[in-house]
Design a protein around this ligand. Structure first.
Ligand code: ZN
Ligand code: ZN
Length: 381
C-alpha cells in the first residue's frame, strides 16, 4: 500500500509531447490531450477529453502555457463520457464557451437520459477495480453544449483528423486518428498502463493493456475495436491512461494484444465476460446480473478507500512527499455524488416496488425527486 504515495516529479502539471501539435497533461491517473501548434491563436486548437472532477484550473493553466493566456479552444471532443474524461467539462465548456462533441451512442449518458452500465469491481484484481463502484457513472447532463460528431468522420476543429468508432469500453467510444503520420488518440479503447492497479496507474509504467476492465461492459465489441486499431498500425498513441507509446513496440505490442485479446484483455471471469450490457440510442436496456451484491462491493470499496486515505495521510505527515490528493469539492461533475450513487445502487433494493422492475431484477425507472425526474438506470441487486 505504500506505493500509493507519489514521488515528486518535476514535469507533473505541465504538458508533454506526443507528436507534432499533440500534447497531453497527465493529471493523477488521467490524460487530457491538446491538439494544436504551440502558440496557436484563440479558437485554433482543440481539447480532447476533460479530465477528472476538480481539474479545470489545471487544464486551463496547461492551455495557457501551450497557447497563451486567455487562449480558448474551438471545441472539446470526447472519446467517451466516463467521469474521468468529463470531470471538468461543465466548467471548461462554460468558461471557454465551446461546443462539446461526442458520438451519438454516447449522448444518452451526456444528456441526462441514462447512467452507464454498472462497473464490474471483481475483474482486474486491483484496488482501482474495487474502488470503481464509488465512481459516478452518470447520467451527466451537458445541456445544449453537447453535439453529435459529424457522420462523415471528420472531427470539428481538427483538420486532418477523423474519428473512428471503437465501442466496447463504452457504447459510443471513439478514437481519433491523423492519417498523415498515423497518430492515434485512443481514449480507453486500450491503455498504456494497468489501469486496474492503483500502483501502476500512479507509477506510469508503460504497458499495453486492453480497456480498463472494471468499466468495460462489452468485450466482443472491445475486441473488434482493438483489432481495428492494431490493423491501423499507429506510429504514436496517447491513450486515456498511461504514457505515450511509439513505433515498433507499439505496433508489435498492439498486434500481439489483439491476437491474444481473450487471454490478456478480456477478464477471466466477471459480470460482462460472456454477456454484454445491452444499450440503445436511449441508453442502457439490460445488463447481466452482478456476481456479488452491490452492498457487499460498496462496503469493500469503502474499506479500501478508507485504508488508502489513512495510508496517504500518514505518509504525508511522515515524509512530506506528494500524496494522492483527497477528493476535494469538485467544480462540476461531482465525485461527492459517488457515495450517493453507490448508496442508491444498494438502496434501490428497498424501493424496487416503486420502479419498473423487469423479471431479471433490472429496472428502468425514475430517480427519486432529489435527483430529478430524469429516466435513470438502476441496478436492483
Ligand atoms: Zn473509460
Ligand atoms: Zn478512463
Amino acid at each position: 500500500m505504500a506505493d500509493i504515495v507519489l514521488h515528486r516529479e518535476p514535469s507533473r502539471g505541465t504538458t508533454r509531447y506526443v507528436a507534432p501539435e499533440v500534447s497531453y497533461l497527465h493529471d493523477k491517473f488521467v490524460n487530457v490531450i491538446f491538439v494544436g501548434a504551440p502558440g496557436a491563436p484563440d479558437r485554433e486548437w482543440t481539447l480532447v477529453d476533460a479530465g477528472l472532477p476538480g481539474s479545470a484550473d489545471k487544464i486551463k493553466r496547461a492551455a495557457a502555457e501551450l497557447f497563451g493566456a486567455g487562449s480558448r479552444p474551438a471545441a472539446i471532443i470526447l472519446t467517451h463520457g466516463h467521469v474521468d474524461h468529463v470531470g471538468a467539462i461543465h466548467t471548461l465548456a462554460r468558461d471557454w464557451d465551446v461546443p462539446v462533441y461526442a458520438h451519438e451512442m454516447e449522448l444518452p449518458y451526456l444528456t441526462g437520459r441514462s447512467a452507464y452500465p454498472p462497473p464490474d469491481p471483481l475483474v482486474g484484481g486491483g484496488a482501482m477495480s474495487v474502488l470503481s463502484v464509488l465512481f459516478p457513472r452518470g447520467p451527466f447532463d451537458l445541456g445544449s453544449r453537447i453535439r453529435e460528431l459529424p457522420a462523415d468522420g471528420s472531427v470539428p476543429s481538427m483538420a486532418g483528423w477523423r474519428w473512428i468508432p471503437t465501442p466496447g469500453h463504452s457504447p459510443g467510444h471513439v478514437s481519433l486518428v491523423r492519417d498523415i503520420d498515423r497518430t492515434l488518440i485512443a481514449g480507453d479503447a486500450f491503455v498504456t498502463t494497468k489501469q486496474e492497479s492503483l500502483t501502476a496507474t500512479l507509477t506510469e509504467r508503460p504497458e499495453l493493456h486492453g480497456p480498463p476492465m472494471y468499466f468495460t461492459p462489452d468485450w466482443g465489441h472491445a475486441r473488434e475495436s482493438l483489432r481495428h486499431l492494431a490493423d491501423y498500425a499507429p506510429a504514436a498513441v496517447i491513450t486515456g491512461h498511461g504514457p505515450p507509446m511509439r513505433g515498433m513496440p507499439l505496433q508489435t505490442g498492439l498486434r500481439q494484444l489483439a491476437s491474444q485479446f481473450d487471454t490478456r484483455a478480456r477478464p477471466a471471469h466477471g459480470r460482462y465476460r460472456d454477456r454484454p450490457a445491452i444499450t440503445d440510442a436511449n441508453g442502457v436496456v439490460d445488463v447481466p446480473p452482478p456476481q456479488v451484491s452491490a452492498r457487499t462491493m460498496l462496503l469493500a470499496s469503502l474499506a479500501v478507500g478508507v485504508t488508502i486515505g489513512l495510508v496517504v495521510a500518514l505518509r504525508r505527515r511522515s515524509d512530506g512527499q506528494v500524496a494522492l490528493p483527497a477528493a476535494r469539492q469538485p467544480d462540476d461533475v461531482s465525485l461527492a455524488r459517488s457515495a450517493e450513487l453507490a448508496a442508491a445502487d444498494g438502496g434501490y433494493d428497498r424501493t424496487a416496488d416503486a420502479t419498473t422492475a423487469s423479471t431479471d431484477g433490472v429496472a428502468v425507472g425514475n430517480v427519486p425527486a432529489s435527483a430529478g425526474a430524469v429516466p435513470f438506470y438502476v441496478d436492483l441487486r
